[in-house]
Design a protein around this ligand. Structure first.
Ligand SMILES: Cc1cc2nc3c(=O)[nH]c(=O)nc-3n(C[C@H](O)[C@H](O)[C@H](O)COP(=O)(O)OP(=O)(O)OC[C@H]3O[C@@H](n4cnc5c(N)ncnc54)[C@H](O)[C@@H]3O)c2cc1C
Length: 287
């Protein structure tokens, strides 16, 4: 494993905003995690995990942290039990399992890695199926120690898990139970869900939902009702297609992201909670 300095982060996120990581490493073995963590401790910086950056926006300067990406992406199947490493793309897991007649299709169309999906309990919406539905255990490195979390200990809720409340945990592997279903039926479901998304959501330079649902009402409904679709600050726009998606038209900055979020909160008059992860230069999270 190599620890690099001043690595640009924008290309590692789907929104394409952000400056550099002071330190950056890709982790392919469990021992890499331990080495990286010791390095971060010695340098006195936080170790921040990044998946495929489909829910993350970094500040424009230097992020004073060791940003690490799990690249271990193995998928192991035994009957209905699936073990997937955190770096595996969710889409790859879904299609590989479909071929074996295992139905993980409810998560179709959600970009990102297994690690990111566990962290935020990814799913189809407040009333849909979420990842936690399938989880048995999660293996993670937390404050210098490996730990296996049972499903109960993960404390999954809507777009939430215990991992959001721990200090910079590193998720390594998940064990899932996935139900059987004929492969053709799963593949039809995947195609249908992908078509639905293509109609409803933008796919370029966005980090997905900006805000969580508020008191059960989807955030897009609240933003749409306030007439904010298309609102633009700097080079960042509230998508015309989906009011809860912010789209980087080309050169949007972190300042544009902050300003647009502030304006949406003011104009909807709601304390909307962020779903996107906004990382400041200090490595801390903007809320
Ligand atoms: C077009 C589009 C559509 C989307 N639709 C949905 C949707 O329907 N439902 C939904 O839930 N989300 C959706 N999202 C948001 C996003 O895809 C999910 O949140 C996804 O699970 C993030 O995965 P990631 O690997 O990209 O995570 P990142 O953005 O890289 O990281 C997100 C968070 O997870 C943490 N994390 C990632 N990997 C690890 C790890 N190995 N260990 C510890 N922490 C880790 C990061 O520290 C960060 O805080 C959408 C995004 C886009 C761009």
């Amino acid at each position: 494993m190599q620890i690099q300095e001043r690595v640009p982060l924008a290309p590692k996120t789907t929104m394409r905003i952000g400056g550099c990581a002071r330190y950056y490493a890709e982790l392919s073995r469990q021992s890499d995690v331990e080495i990286a963590w010791k390095f971060a401790q010695e340098k006195g910086v936080p170790m921040i995990a990044l998946g495929s950056g489909s829910n993350t926006v970094f500040a424009d300067g230097t992020i004073d942290a060791l940003v690490v990406r799990v690249v271990a992406n193995g998928i192991d199947v035994s009957g209905n039990i699936v073990r997937a490493e955190a770096g595996a793309p969710l889409a790859t897991v879904i299609t590989q399992l479909a071929k074996r007649g295992l139905d993980f299709s409810a998560l179709t169309g959600i970009p990102g890695t297994v690690g990111g999906a566990i962290f935020g309990n990814a799913g189809q919406g407040p009333q849909g199926t979420w990842l936690d539905h399938y989880v048995q255990t999660v293996s993670a490195f937390v404050e210098g120690e490996w730990k296996i979390f049972s499903r109960k200990e993960c404390d999954f809720r809507y777009r939430d898990s215990v991992f959001k409340r721990l200090l910079n945990p590193l998720l390594w592997k998940v064990t899932l139970t996935v139900p059987s279903r004929p492969a053709q039926a799963i593949e039809r479901e995947i195609t249908m869900l992908l078509k639905k998304r293509a109609v409803a959501q933008p796919f370029t330079r966005t980090a997905g939902s900006c805000f969580k649902a508020f008191n059960g009402t989807p955030a897009w409904k609240i933003i749409d009702a306030a007439g904010l679709k298309g609102l633009t600050i700097g080079d960042l726009q509230v998508s015309e297609k989906h009011a809860n998606f912010l789209v980087n038209k080309e050169r949007a900055t972190f300042a544009d992201v902050r300003a647009l979020i502030k304006t949406i909160r003011e104009r909807t008059n709601q304390p909307l909670e962020l779903e996107m992860r906004l990382i400041e230069e200090s490595g801390s999270l903007l809320s």
